[in-house]
Ligand binder design. Structure first.
Ligand SMILES: [Zn+2]
Length: 418
């Protein structure tokens, strides 16, 4: 407490401290988030096409190119396929953990929670919603009603129309998908405006269908403009609540993958253009990693969690591959290299001072059974040094899991057999 404050100053001081406390710790119910995936739009296309609605949102927060696909050539390499990307966003982990490798979504590992589960575990009373042109997003990725997801239930869904071939006859030009995207975006706008759920996912598909059919060109550009109009509709609803109900809304709009360089028709591989994504957000406290770095698909989930002040169980938090794009972070871009004699853990320092603790586990119970792994503290290093070296003979065997713990965030890495 600073000395010699008069009563008024004391009052101001305490109000300020309360504000800080609220900002840092409270689970503020007026904080609501929505994320939108516009399928398969390369960053260069988005930047070329006129998208006034996305521009308007980015002007409040920011725009950045980013990446998906995990570490190219590494243990976390992840196909640039749609459902795989959605699940990387939902869980904040790459496919080596969430285990969705294709659009068949054969065996998701629900031990790695989706953002919907993080929210419901922390705040069971919170309201959730999905508006989607693909049913599997709710039934398979979020895993609604399954024993493995703790019978997670969304409070509202508007999806599955693509299976209704009577009302939406499937045509070769995929006009029916465009019709459904319109429907989904109108309902999302209406429901968000009138009900204001705490966390919502909007998924729109048409851009990917058009690109598969025509590749890069005027048809795709037009589809991107339509998607921008649909986003504008949803943003208008959110903006209404921000201004009239004084709610604090976070919106993230992104895509799930880029496309091939040759003609923009395909995706799935690890080329630069397929791995490149982009993000638009209204977040006002974006950190330098968002602004100057290359944020990843897996960073959006921890960002939403931080915005909503969600208390995450430590065992879950340790497994996240992403870092928040808002507020302070200590370290990013962890890497592991081996020499004849050493294991070198490295990171990019995001603050000038502080320590990084290095924890190791030889287990991976979390992945198989969801049970905690036991970790041992190996040592610590200055954040600014950017690395920690371990003698190889200290780490027996081919496999280990490392957690690097900074003041503001953690990173984790697997050491796998080469
Ligand atoms: Zn896709």
């Amino acid at each position: 407490m600073p000395p010699m404050l008069n009563r008024f100053q004391t009052l101001i001081f305490f109000s300020f401290m309360c504000l800080i406390f609220q900002e840092s710790f409270a689970q503020d119910p007026s904080r609501k988030a929505v994320f939108i995936i516009l399928d398969g739009i390369p960053a260069d296309v988005l930047e070329r096409v006129n998208t006034p609605n996305l521009d308007k949102i980015a002007a409040i927060g920011g725009y950045s190119r980013g990446f998906t696909g995990g570490k190219k050539g590494g243990y976390s390499e992840t196909p640039t396929i749609s459902a795989v990307g959605y699940n990387s966003l939902l869980t904040g982990t790459w496919a080596n953990k969430h285990n969705v490798w294709g659009n068949g979504i054969e065996e998701p590992n629900y031990k790695y929670w989706t953002i919907f589960r993080f929210l419901k575990e922390a705040r069971p009373e919170a309201k959730t919603a999905i508006f989607s042109t693909w049913l599997d997003n709710r039934t398979k990725l979020i895993g609604e009603g399954l024993a493995e997801t703790g019978r997670l239930k969304l409070d509202y869904h508007f999806d599955g129309f693509e299976l209704d071939t009577l009302s939406y006859p499937h045509d070769e030009d995929k006009r029916y998908i465009l019709t459904i995207d319109h429907l989904v975006s109108y309902e999302a706008a209406h429901y968000l405006k009138t009900s204001g759920p705490d966390l919502s996912w909007v998924y729109l598909e048409y851009t990917d269908d058009i690109a598969h059919r025509f590749g890069d060109g005027p048809e795709m550009d037009r589809a991107v403009q339509i998607a921008d109009e649909q986003v504008g509709r949803i943003w208008e609803a959110i903006d209404f609540r921000r201004k009239n109900l004084k709610e604090d809304w976070l919106i993230f709009i992104t895509t799930d993958h880029g496309r091939t360089i040759e003609d923009g028709k395909d995706h799935g591989g690890q080329s630069d253009r397929e791995r490149e994504i982009w993000m638009v957000t209204n977040a006002e406290n974006l950190n330098s990693y968002f602004k100057n770095g290359e944020p990843a698909m897996v960073d959006i989930m921890p960002t939403i969690a931080r915005f909503m002040n969600l208390e995450s169980p430590q065992e879950q938090a340790k497994e996240l591959d992403g870092v928040p794009l808002i507020g302070p972070i200590s370290i990013t871009q962890a890497d592991l290299k081996e020499t004849e004699t050493e294991i070198i853990l490295s990171w990019k320092p995001m603050e000038a001072q502080g320590k990084v603790e290095i924890w190791i586990s030889k287990e991976n119970n979390f992945k198989t059974s969801g049970q905690p792994d036991s970790y041992v503290l190996l040592g610590q290093s200055e954040v600014s040094s950017g690395e920690y070296r371990i003698q190889k003979n200290e780490v027996a065997g081919d496999w280990a899991k490392f957690v690097l713990k900074g003041q503001h965030n953690m990173l984790n890495l697997w050491k796998v057999k080469e």
